[in-house]
Design a protein around this ligand. Structure first.
Ligand code: ADP
Length: 444
């Protein structure tokens, strides 16, 4: 309490005492003095309250002492708050100007994938408007199924990207990325990659055209070479080794051309155009037969653990090409009588096709580059393998998986073996009766 207030309280008390002495009713006088003091305080508080509520129309209370102090303090705090608000407003303006200038569409999503904020590029590229769409689930707002599937599948696995046709303009291509942001939120960024896409398209078209043009002459060469080899008695004996070699190389070139054409067709569309339910257990059983044939005299030890109920939504020929590539690679890069374990199973994350071998393995520095076209750990060795590796197998696998929303996980230890695992999202799983797990162990 201020001195002034203390003196004022004492003055009221003193007035009560004097009145008590004069009237002889001390208790009543003191009570009257106290009531008068409380009334004075109450009046001061009432004035203060009116001023706080309607500051613009009312003057500050003129009560001296503590009321004056409170009035000054409130004025000071208000002034400080005003300055802070101004500063924040200027920061906000700067931030809005910066995000407006950002060419990439940016959307902040909360834990339920509801829109919290979006910049103006998001309106142009994704059709997401801020503040109108705040609180709406992004999957209800975007029209592209691939983007919807990516947003649902990428929660918890932020960092992966997807390329999609622009939802607002099919002539444009966007590369979309999600990243963790704040507490339980994430940020979605969509960048225009139309130019890059066009350049890749020109490149892919060139490769496809050249491959296509080469296909017929190679088939003709191969046909004549086969004919000459078959008629051994008509060709001079000295030519036989040359014919063998020419045949082997023509076969290799044919494989290369076929795989380049396949790769080009896979690259032309981001998703499988007309997916249908693929009987994966039957497909794996077919691959099993072909793998045994490829293994031949090497007699690899195969083990297949297959969930008989687990099917996929996709393109059969593509999945066949991806899965057989992984199994045939295991055969190629595992010495005779090595063990190859193939598993097809599901868990809470989705469906998985895993091929494990105890073959030559791969050094860690090669792993990130394995799915590049023509990348081989040891090119000289690859040429000696059965059928001649083209170096395109894993690039095909990667594209097929991407078109099915799946990813490839590779782990390997040199000299011990490798594990190639394709992970499919739960959204692509199709189940059928019965949910049995088939296990087959055998020698090749
Ligand atoms: P290739 O036609 O040469 O087999 P791929 O694209 O299928 O081409 O594989 C790329 C490279 O990855 C191979 O050359 C090989 O070095 C390595 N590789 C693939 N699978 C395996 C495996 N199971 N074990 C060891 N190395 C492998």
């Amino acid at each position: 309490m201020q001195h002034q207030d203390l003196w004022r309280a004492l003055a009221f008390l003193l007035a009560g005492l004097v009145l008590g002495l004069l009237t002889g009713a001390m208790a009543w006088s003191l009570l009257a003095a106290s009531v008068a003091y409380i009334t004075w305080l109450h009046h001061g508080l009432a004035e203060l309250l009116v001023w706080l509520r309607h500051r613009k129309e009312h003057e500050p209370p003129e009560h001296p002492g503590v009321f004056e102090e409170v009035t000054l303090e409130v004025d000071y705090l208000r002034e400080r708050h005003k300055k802070r608000k101004k500063k924040l407003a200027s920061y906000l303006k700067q931030f809005q100007n910066a995000t407006r200038a950002l060419p990439d569409a940016t959307v902040v999503l909360d834990v339920d994938d509801e829109v919290r904020w979006a910049n103006s590029a998001a309106r142009r590229d994704l059709g997401i408007c801020w503040p109108e769409d705040v609180g709406q689930r992004i999957t209800n707002l975007v029209r592209t199924p691939a983007l919807r599937a990516y947003i649902e599948a990428s929660r918890g696995q932020e960092g992966s990207t997807i390329e999609i046709e622009g939802p607002m303009d099919a002539e444009r291509y966007l590369s979309v990325l999600t990243a963790p942001y704040g507490v339980d939120q994430r940020i979605l960024v969509a960048r225009d990659v139309t130019q890059l896409h066009m350049a890749n398209q020109i490149h892919a078209d060139f490769v496809a055209n050249v491959s296509h043009e080469l296909r017929t002459p190679i088939t003709v060469f191969q046909g004549y070479l086969e004919m000459l080899r078959d008629q051994q008695n008509q060709a001079p004996a000295a030519w036989q080794p040359a014919l063998e070699q020419m045949s082997a190389h023509a076969r290799r070139m044919q494989n290369l051309v076929e795989e380049l054409l396949l790769l080009s067709s896979l690259e032309s569309e981001l998703r499988v155009p007309q997916p249908s339910t693929v009987d994966i257990p039957a497909l794996i059983s077919d691959i099993h037969g072909r793998a045994r044939e490829l293994s031949g005299a090497d007699e690899h030890l195969f083990s297949f653990e297959i969930d008989g109920s687990l099917c996929l939504n996709g393109a059969r020929a593509e999945i066949d090409s991806a899965f057989s590539n992984l199994v045939f690679n295991a055969v190629q890069y595992t010495p005779a009588r090595g063990v190859i374990r193939v598993r097809w199973y599901r868990d809470e994350l989705g469906a998985h096709f895993a091929v494990e071998d105890n073959g030559i393995g791969i050094a860690p520095e090669h792993l990130p580059r394995l799915t590049e076209r023509f990348y081989r750990v040891d090119p000289s060795r690859a040429r000696d393998q059965r059928g001649g590796g083209t170096g395109l197998g894993l690039a095909i696998v990667k594209h097929v998986l991407a078109r099915h929303g799946a990813t490839l996980d590779i782990t390997s230890t040199p000299g011990k073996g490798s594990c190639f695992r394709a992970d499919f999202p739960s959204t692509e799983i199709r189940l059928r009766q019965p949910a049995a797990v088939e296990v087959a162990h055998e020698t090749g």
